[in-house]
Design a protein around this ligand. Sequence first.
Ligand SMILES: [Zn+2]
Length: 386
Amino acid sequence: MSEAITIYKAYKYRLYRCDQKDRKLRHKIFVASTIWNHFIALQRRTYQLTGKYISLMQMNNHVLKLRKTQRFRLWKDLHSQACQDVCYRIDEAYMRYFKKVVKGRPKFKKARKYSSFTFPQSGYKVDDNTVTIDGTKYKFVKHREMGGRIKALTVKRDRVGRLWLCFRVKEDVVIGKASTGKSGGFDFGLKTFLTDDEGRPYASPQFFTQGIRKTLKLNRELSRKMDGSKHRKRARRALAKHSADVANKRSEHHFQLAHRLCDEYDTLYFEDLNLSGMKALWGRKVSDLGFASFVSILEWVAFKRGKRVVKIGRFAPTTKTCSGCGQRHHLTLRDRVLNCDCGLVIDRDHNAAINIKTAGTSAVFQSVRKTKVPLRQRVDGRSPQL
Ligand SMILES: [Zn+2]
């Protein structure tokens, strides 16, 4: 029996290019940036004078009041709820800061770097592949249907200068059923991206390294352009385009691999990653492989298909223990093969994958877990900004 769950999903579409109309949307993003900076300044000044924080409700009321004044008439160009959404973002940012999720307080943002605004409820109309904002019709490339009700719309400008529509859609998805009964342990490695407990490797191309000659060339060109010139802008966009292409290739590959693994396994055991530690040890290559983004993609795919991803505690000595007899060894990063006294000679990653599977299937993890909705898709509370 399949289970249906209501979740939020994001759908992203590229807008048709049209310089005249695009300018209107880019202007609205600019207006949003002025609101952001105004309220950041206001929060800081208020704190200096009174030691108090201006609550979201106060900000929401205040922005509407200012919008009506002659001095802030510019803000009229942006829908009232979209103006309030900027306050919402500021509140979110301060909450993250107060709860010590992030270190620094929210900052001022250059208009060039402030890249989106959101209609949290209304202010736009969608009709097949056209969206109407302030009486202007914009066409977008509707490469896939949305499967639910649209709840919010974010207009976003990426670093290449392209405009995108991001719809937040409330949707019932049917969760697939575990089907194969098979479980597997997996170890991340540098030589091979993943190794499973049967010793099979899953390679991953290093997309960044493949594109590095072009990256270097574009960087060189950028650095030769004069500050603030049109050529510099063009060069910056060319570099951003290239980086986006690399990132797209990587994520495409991650989705394919995630589906391949879910085809075969019902339960997948992984080691909880200590990424900053890994980066310190191994450098850029770790970022290029994108272990963390792969894990979050895999969790999403597994959730949708009714599979389980279980993470094993970070401090289990999965690499150093012999999977045959349990003896501990001292391995350096260079040692690719584990050579145990019990006669077992085994590839290091393969050995770790077996240990991860053993740890996962052992008593601690036997309790049946309910399928967990990934954080971003949860319906309770608002999901993070796109
Ligand atoms: Zn052994």
